[in-house]
Design a protein around this ligand. Structure first.
Ligand SMILES: [Zn+2]
Length: 466
């Protein structure tokens, strides 16, 4: 069932079999052993995976109920006894949902009394509001293993040269010498995505060429940005032997997939998840978005919090089974998704996440209250050949800003015509009374997190089911 694997290069084999396992042992991580288990369990039938989930869920909830102050109090308050009340995965629904505000208000009470070596994380959060949370060693091991397994689906192993385009200045700040040495040994090369001036982009293109990575890893917006820049410079990038571009943390738009794949001459694999919720699903070469079911229970819920049948859209809520040190139990992602109803052709039993319809912040609200996907406006701009890049910011129900980077300079009359076209298209969707201000900019500045977002709505907050 597995792909015929290309024999790894000697250095990669050294890293995979010796250096990385040693690194993990020193850090007291179990990712090597976990990855080996995951390689087997990915082919289990779904019922067996559900049995594993249930066992691990019981263990997680038992630990939360005894060692984690927040859950100890919660369980006492609602009369929930993990030993007695967890007969099936459906019993999870007896517990309330957990969102970012719960974590913010209880960050210390969510740490297990007996947790050691918790690592602090801080996500920028697409809404701009940071979220601080902690990750224990068990979770690190499982998250590393899940990513490692998924890259192996694409014939990329730990130790293969990799370029990571990443944005968080906070994470980069934490980059100590040990980490730098590790990255050197593992041949991971980091490009900081939060500074993307033309000069920086020239440097990135040169570094990718020099590093000859097997894999690119990063935000789709950042990778497509680099791809576009390489093309504009007439710089070929499809001759480096890149096997896959793994994208994550943002919605992957079709035109980004095409741009990245055409420029780097490799397939694009989508990964869904984040530091907070975990690496929820990864795409296999057959195209299926496989849920990391051994570690993560995914529920799809309607706006009233009730589960929807498979094949129907709802909010993605996750329970990460390796988070005993700082539990994520029924954590709301704010994303909309659909559980697949069929099996993937690759033969893996891991269930599929069929559609991820984007973050709630990708949604816009028309003047009459209609909620629409940001794509409704993206399509208008995408079809204009004069526009090379853009960003839409819905400031309020009455005002939307559009920043455009032009493909070539336009005279005042031609730009006026373009403005008119954009305004008409936007008003047709947002309402005739909406003010649409179109501004020409030299480049689209990334968010603080380093992500480039096409659509930002300051109106559509909270979760929205389309
Ligand atoms: Zn598959």
């Amino acid at each position: 069932m597995q792909n015929a694997r290309i024999r790894p290069a000697p250095y990669t084999a050294l890293v995979t079999n010796l250096i990385f396992p040693l690194h993990e042992r020193v850090k007291q991580h179990r990712s090597v052993a976990v990855r080996k288990q995951l390689e087997e369990s990915q082919y289990w039938p779904e019922e067996r995976l559900r049995d594993l989930q249930l066992q691990r869920l019981r263990r997680l909830l038992a630990r939360a109920g005894t060692s984690v102050p927040y859950f100890r109090d919660l369980f006492a308050q609602i009369g929930f006894d993990p030993a007695r009340d967890v007969r099936s995965l459906d019993d999870l629904a007896r517990l309330p949902l957990m969102d970012k505000s719960v974590i913010r208000a209880n960050v210390d009470r969510l740490k297990a009394d007996d947790a050691v070596g918790l690592a602090r994380f801080n996500t920028g959060g697409s809404s701009g509001e940071p979220l601080i949370f902690y990750i224990g060693k068990e979770r690190v091991s499982h998250d590393v293993a899940a990513k490692w397994r998924a890259t192996r689906w694409w014939n990329v192993d730990i130790g293969d040269p990799e370029i990571v385009v990443w944005g968080s200045p906070i994470e980069l700040g934490a980059q100590d010498r040990v980490r730098a040495l590790r990255d050197l040994l593992l041949r991971t090369h980091l490009l900081p995505a939060f500074e993307m001036s033309a000069a920086k982009l020239d440097g990135f293109v040169a570094r990718i060429r020099a590093h000859k990575p097997r894999m690119l890893f990063g935000y789709p917006s950042a990778l497509s940005h680099i791809a576009r820049h390489a093309r504009a410079r007439g710089q070929r990038m499809d001759d480096l032997g890149i096997r896959v571009a793994f994208v994550t943390s943002e919605r992957l738009y079709d035109e980004q997939r095409t741009q990245i794949s055409d420029t780097f001459g490799c397939p694009v694999a989508n990964g869904y998840g984040g530091r907070d919720a975990g690496f929820i699903a990864h795409q296999c070469p057959e195209g299926g978005m496989h849920i990391t079911a051994e570690d993560i229970v995914v529920e799809i819920l309607d706006p009233d919090g009730k589960p929807v049948p498979r094949g129907q859209a709802g909010e993605i809520v996750v329970t990460h089974l390796a988070t005993g040190d700082f539990p994520f139990i029924r954590y709301r992602t704010g994303d909309i998704g659909v559980l697949g109803t069929e099996q993937c052709n690759c033969g893996r039993g891991l269930p599929l996440l069929q559609e991820i319809q984007g973050r709630s912040t990708d949604f816009l609200v028309a003047q009459d209250g209609t909620v629409m996907h940001g794509l409704a406006l993206v399509y208008i701009l995408r079809d204009l050949p004069q526009v090379q890049a853009f960003k839409i910011v819905q400031e309020s129900l009455d005002l939307t800003h559009v920043q455009v980077v032009l493909a070539a300079p336009l005279d005042a009359q031609a730009f006026g015509k373009l403005q008119g076209q954009i305004e008409r298209g936007f008003k047709a969707r947002l309402g005739a009374g909406v003010v649409v201000e179109v501004m020409q900019v030299a480049e689209i500045a990334p968010e603080k997190s380093g992500k480039f977002r096409y659509v930002v709505s300051k109106v559509a907050t909270g979760s929205v089911v389309a």
